[in-house]
Design a protein around this ligand. Structure first.
Ligand SMILES: [Fe+2]
Length: 235
């Protein structure tokens, strides 16, 4: 559990979308950056490619991103893992052909005052579901799949797997209409007690900002592949 829960709660806010934050040229630069970065993970089974946004590949984008985010959320620090050379990683770029399951990106250090996270779509089709429900432990993938739960060996920076969310938010079954519309890729039992706060429809040039404590996942809306860039902040 996070130690600064009270402070974390005090600075929580609803999710927010900034439209037209990046120009088409800037989105192209982010895509170029994505192409140039080395691959960290290529999970062929899940068809996911993950790349870390390493420092030094595009100082222009690093500066531009931080300035625009600061304008919106005030002072922050990046809450990121470090690469092999001890340099901060700016964020994670993920290319996927399948929706990403229910999780929280609350971080790995319980001393931190976790703050907001951002999502920048780099492809135009997709959507992300943010739940009202919040979690104050570490970064976790929420699942009731026994095989996934049995996965005990985690690499540096990998989310733990847990079903501890079941029962944490009450026992009401998840709204069937919302399930059919957005979340068919999840097991409905895995969504027990959850309520949707907001569905972000991906739009190039926009950016979603939400709290590190919000449970979230991809919606089932996907057309071929999606590429998204996420970053994580702390105070
Ligand atoms: Fe996430």
């Amino acid at each position: 559990m996070h130690k600064k829960i009270n402070e974390i709660k005090k600075i929580e806010k609803p999710p927010k979308v900034l439209k037209n934050l990046f120009s088409n040229e800037e989105i192209d630069e982010f895509l170029k950056l994505y192409k140039n970065l080395p691959t960290t993970v290529h999970n062929k089974k899940q068809n996911v490619i993950k790349k870390r946004w390493l420092q030094g590949y595009s100082e222009k984008l690093e500066k531009l991103f931080c300035e625009r985010l600061r304008n919106e959320i005030g002072e922050f620090k990046m809450d990121n893992l470090q690469d092999e050379d001890g340099k901060d990683i700016y964020g994670l770029m993920q290319e996927s052909y399948n929706p990403i399951g229910l999780h929280v990106d609350a971080g790995f250090n319980f001393e931190n005052l976790i703050y907001r996270q951002t999502l920048i779509p780099l492809t135009s089709v997709g959507s992300t579901v943010i739940f009202k429900n919040r979690f104050y432990g570490g970064s976790t993938n929420f699942t009731i799949d026994p095989n996934e739960l049995g996965e005990k060996k985690l690499n540096y920076g990998q989310n733990k797997r847990s079903s501890e969310h079941i029962g944490m938010f009450g026992d009401s079954p998840f709204n069937k209409e919302h399930y059919d519309k957005y979340l068919k890729h999840e097991k409905i039992e895995n969504l027990k007690g959850l309520e949707i706060e907001f569905v972000y429809e991906w739009e190039l040039g926009s950016m979603l900002i939400f709290d590190r404590t919000n449970l979230h996942c991809s919606s089932s809306k996907i057309d071929g592949k999606k590429i998204g860039l996420t970053t994580f902040t702390k105070k």
